[in-house]
Design a protein around this ligand. Sequence first.
Ligand code: NAD
Length: 320
Amino acid sequence: MKILVTGGAGFIGSQYVRSVLAGDHPGCEGAEVTVVDKLTYAGNTANLPMAHPRLTFVRGDICDQQLLLRTLPGHDAVVHFAAESHVDRSLTAAADFVRTNVLGTQTLLDCCLRADVGTVVHVSTDEVYGSIAEGSWTEEEPLLPNSPYAASKAGSDLVARSYWRTHGLDVRITRCSNNYGPYQHVEKLIPLFTTNLLNGRPVPLYGDGRNVREWIHVEDHCAAIHLVLTKGRPGETYNIGGGTERTNLQIAEQLLELCGADRSLLRHVEDRKGHDLRYSIDDTKIRTELGYTPRRTFEEGLAEVVAWYRENPNHWPTNP
Ligand code: NAD
């Protein structure tokens, strides 16, 4: 099997690449992997085993049609992670999000069609559904994105669906909840709080901290993506949840404890514009159809993540 992974130098993409090369998923033993990554501020080749004999790294933009048409032929599958992914940045630089997430996805799908790629997994997010006060979203829920990031991801989901419906390209969409794990860029909540607290610096908590997110370990997300690639159905969307709901305040309190930091380092700051109150995924479909079950418990996983940042202080540039 030959898999091309876009955005493979980022947080989740690199976990997926490392796990495929390690033979962690059924059916990927001996697989060859090509990573296409632009190496924006969020990409880091140190996330990848660059000398691995079954890994080829191509620095490139998913909006670059010529590069994709040169690189894609011969690949059985594409797993598409490349995106601008940070909600806060999308509030001030939305054009970058529309360009990469919408135009980049369309360019990639068009090239996959022309290069006769077998299957494409389009990796999306629960944020496309908006915010939900009670209950959980199934895949049938309407898309009501609130941030420019979520809107650009929703746009890319619709483009993906259209390439299946119009052209018969085998595209499968996944929508996952918030990921945590090692190698995540220090701009995101858990790494930002962890690295600040380990350095004795204050942490900025948006508003009253009561926004709820559902957390999943990045290893469970990647296992689910591989299940969708190998056992999923063309044209289908699969929600992927971790099952652990926490308020941001609860996360902050847990990290204060794990880092041995004083509560005085917790600073309430003005809330993010349009901040969604709660995300919650109903992932019955992937559990019943494909046999997905998350394996990592949040408490153990979070302690491991803190230990990873403690042991790898120079992996990412220090926070501004
Ligand atoms: P990330 O920001 O850590 O990594 C994104 C990667 O894409 C980087 O390596 C970057 O260099 C690359 N990239 C950006 N623009 C590119 C372009 N134009 N061409 C080629 N490469 C480009 O993101 P992540 O957290 O690993 O998220 C990966 C995917 O998973 C995204 O599509 C995101 O929407 C989705 N997702 C993320 C989460 C989460 O909690 N992090 C949850 C659900 C879904």
